[in-house]
Structures are given as C-alpha cells and as structure tokens.
Design a protein around this ligand. Structure first.
Ligand SMILES: Cc1cc2nc3c(=O)[nH]c(=O)nc-3n(C[C@H](O)[C@H](O)[C@H](O)COP(=O)(O)OP(=O)(O)OC[C@H]3O[C@@H](n4cnc5c(N)ncnc54)[C@H](O)[C@@H]3O)c2cc1C
Length: 422
C-alpha cells in the first residue's frame, strides 16, 4: 500500500524565530498547522555563529510575540548561548507543533489547488505554505577561491568559530560587512595579524550623545518605516548592514583605528593572479563612505534632538584617525605570511525546493509584506520583508501576525480542503 498523505491546513517550512512566530499567531487563532524544521529550532544561532558572537541589536529589541526580552540587561547584547536560551524559552512558551529533524524537500501546487508537501518524513498536503527557512542559505565563495594554493586554509564566515581554529600565521578576511568586521576584530583582539579586504558596507556609531544609536532611531520612528515609504523602496532589501558591535557592552568598529594598531587594510579583493592577491583602488572611498553614513546618522540624531528640545550631552562628529597611504593593489601571497582566508561576502538564498512562480529571476521572492501573488504561498523573516526589523528579532512577530491574518482570511473563504486519510 502506498504511504498515506496527511493534510494540514498550514505548513511552515523552518522552525527558527520566524517560523515559530507564525506558529504563535496560528495557535492564537486555533489554526491547525505543522512546523517542519530540518535541524532544530535555534539551529542557526547555535551552529553558524562564532564563539564570541553577540547580538548587534540591543536586547530590548528582542520582541518575539508573547516573549519580549525580560532579562536584567535590556540595553545589553545577548551572547550566543543567551540567544539560544531565549529562543528555547520561546519554543517552550509557544509549544508549537514542531517537527524537528524533518526537511521539506519539495512543495508544488496540485491541480486541485492544494500543495503537495514532500518531506523527509512522508508526504502531506496543505492549503497554505509559509516559507520561514531563513535568508542565508548558500555561503558565497567566489571563483577566485579555487585559484588559491591548497596550502591556504579557506573558510566562510558561517564556519568561523575562533582564532584558534585557523592555522598559525596571518589571516586575510575578505569583506567588511557585519560579519567580516566582527570576525576581523575577533582575530585582531586575539593578537592575530589581520589583512582585511574592505568592501562598501556602511557603519554606524554604537552610542551617540548619551544613548545607543538604535534607541535614538527607534524614538525617531526609523523602525516603523516600511519598504513602501523607504526612499530606496524594494532596493533597500539589498542593502548591506551597518558594521558596529555589541561586544563588551557595545562599541564602534573603526577600521581606521585597527589600521593604526597594525591591521592591513585593502580595497575590494578582485582576484588572485600570478601568485598575487589583487585589490581594487577603492579603500579610501569605502572608508570615507562608511564614515559619511556614520556622521549622517549622527547628524539626523542631532536634528531630532534640536527639533524636540531634548537634553543630551553634545558630541563631536567623527574625524578620520588614519588615512590610507599609497594603495596596495597587488600583494604577492608568498612571503605575505597569510596562511588562511575567511570569506565574509554573504549568502545567496536557496528556495529551489519551492516550485512556485514567485521569484524575481535572481532567486529572491517577489512579495508584499510576505504575501506573494501565488495564493497560499507566504514568506516570513526576510530582511525588510516590511520594515528594518523584519529579518531580525525586532519585528518578525509583527510581520507574522500580518501574514497569519491574511492566511486566516484565505482559509475562512476557501472551499473546504480536500481531506486525506490521517
Ligand atoms: C551573522 C548574523 C548576525 C545577526 N545578528 C542579528 C542581531 O544582532 N539581531 C537580530 O535581531 N538579528 C540578527 N541576525 C538576523 C536574524 O535574526 C537571523 O538571521 C535569524 O536566524 C533569522 O531567523 P529565521 O527564523 O528567519 O531564519 P533561521 O534562523 O535561518 O531559521 C530557518 C530555519 O529553517 C530551517 N530550514 C531551512 N530549509 C528548510 C527546509 N527545506 N525544511 C525544513 N527546515 C528548513 C533551518 O534549519 C533553520 O533552522 C543576524 C544574522 C546573521 C547571519
């Protein structure tokens, strides 16, 4: 006898904070569902972050539905283990119908309008599929990596744990977004000689005029701004995150200061050719641009303070503490001391298991607040799904409530789902 196909009104693919937030709101409305998680809840936080990792966002922004941060340090930044504990406590509170260790391998529309959901634990049908599988799937490793000699150890940021994991010698970190800048700092603080290929990521201050910049921006309404109101519109979803850290109660990351302390900075890494690493002549421009953003955010805070008559201690704007000299465009690898490379240039999404016409040609879904043009297919947890906090702890709960509201309406008006034997 062929195995039975079970029907669930709603299937959630992924049991991270996004999938669990959807489960919370479905449970609130009494809507039956399954959460399929191919690993475990909190898997990405426990297995894909380095040992010294801590949140960049202050703890008070951890606002999962029914589970706001209530620890002793709302203005602090949870460390990796504390984040995992926070999520596990959320799982305990929600008590979701979570199926850990079950991968969704394929989802496709059937002729009767339902979805076939093929999992590693059998087949299901569903009326609604919520994609909560995260946005950081395939680590980007450029083709030039293949040309580096085999003697060089190469890892991606999601494999980086600590300086001791890398062979002795100097380390080339490629990319200066949030991960690259923090990993370069981690290595630098451990006394490793770091070479950093700087990209075009912006940066922001940790604290300005007596408060965390995030707190100022929250008061200024920045986190309420939706994609539709953002000057870049959908383009904001491709923005690189600002680099800053929550480490040791939070501080700026100033690459120029690292340079004074011995870190070697280069422009964007372009290639490895004839035994030499090749860099673009854009280091000065990238550092200047990051500082412009930094000072621009602070200037916006100044304006807000002035307009609202707020008492706040004055603070100077940032002036560069170091400027690059003659650019190094080519660095012979031999003799450089470099023995390892950490690629910190991001990820591409992988939704190949979802057979639906909801993608933009570059592998990213087209949607409005997570709702696609394909009835029954929704996304949650992606950067700027609706607001800045959508891909973070801050607003995923709010987005989940919206998506579940749409699902509830659709389930309420659809024809009764075909029932398959359970
Ligand atoms: C380096 C880094 C630092 C970050 N720092 C912060 C921060 O300071 N503050 C903040 O708020 N946010 C931060 N974020 C962003 C965000 O909070 C995390 O990316 C978070 O993990 C997103 O949660 P999620 O549930 O959307 O996705 P994930 O945590 O990635 O969860 C998705 C889950 O889906 C599962 N899955 C995937 N495919 C399938 C499938 N086919 N079948 C079944 N299960 C599947 C995975 O196993 C995974 O557990 C950071 C992200 C990164 C990468």
């Amino acid at each position: 006898m062929p195995p039975k196909t079970r029907h669930v009104p709603v299937v959630i693919v992924g049991g991270g904070q996004a999938g669990l937030s959807v489960s919370y709101h479905l449970k609130q409305r009494g809507i039956e569902h399954h959460v399929f998680e191919k690993n475990t809840a909190a898997h990405t936080w426990s297995t894909q972050r380095w040992d010294s990792f801590c949140l960049v966002t202050p703890n008070w922004q951890c606002d999962l539905p029914g589970h706001p941060y209530d620890g002793p340090d709302p203005d602090g930044f949870m460390k990796k283990d504390e984040i995992v504990a926070y999520l596990k406590a959320f799982v305990a509170k929600v008590d979701p119908p979570l199926r850990e260790g079950v991968a969704v391998n394929r989802v496709a529309r059937r002729e009767d309008g339902l979805f076939d959901v093929h999992t590693s634990d059998g087949d299901y049908t569903a009326s609604e599929v919520v994609v909560a599988s995260g946005g950081y799937h395939t680590p980007i490793i450029p083709r030039m990596a293949e040309k580096l000699p085999g003697s060089i150890t190469q890892i991606h940021s999601n494999q980086y744990r600590n300086p001791g994991q890398l062979p002795e010698g100097e380390v080339l970190v490629v990319g200066s977004g949030q991960s690259g800048a923090q990993i370069a700092e981690d290595l630098h603080l451990a006394g490793r000689k770091v070479h950093l290929a700087v990209g075009d990521a912006p940066r922001c201050a940790r604290f300005y005029r007596g408060r965390d910049v995030v707190t100022w921006l929250a008061d200024m309404g920045y986190y309420e701004m939706t994609v539709d109101n953002h000057p870049l519109r959908d383009g904001v979803r491709d923005n690189t995150n600002h680099y800053v850290t929550g480490r040791d109660a939070g501080r700026d990351i100033d690459l120029r200061r690292f340079a004074i302390e011995g870190m070697k900075l280069y422009g964007l890494m372009e290639d490895y050719q004839d035994g030499s690493l090749r860099f673009r002549d854009d280091l000065k421009r990238s550092l200047d641009s990051a500082d412009r953003t930094y000072n621009g955010i602070n200037a916006a805070i100044d304006k807000y303070i002035a307009e609202n008559g707020i008492e706040a201690p004055p603070q100077e704007h940032y002036s560069p503490v170091w400027v690059p000299g003659e650019p190094i465009l080519s660095l012979p690898l031999e003799g450089s001391g470099i023995t390892s490379v950490v690629w910190c240039i991001g990820f591409t999404p992988d939704f190949r298991w979802l057979d639906a016409s909801v993608f933009n040609g570059a592998g990213s879904p087209k949607h409005k607040r997570g709702i696609t043009s394909e009835p029954g297919v929704s996304f949650i947890g992606l950067p700027w799904l609706n607001t800045w906090g959508s891909g973070r702890f801050g607003a995923v709960g709010r987005d989940a409530e919206y998506v579940v509201g749409v699902i509830q309406k659709r389930l309420g008006t659809e024809r009764p789902a075909l029932k398959f034997a359970v």
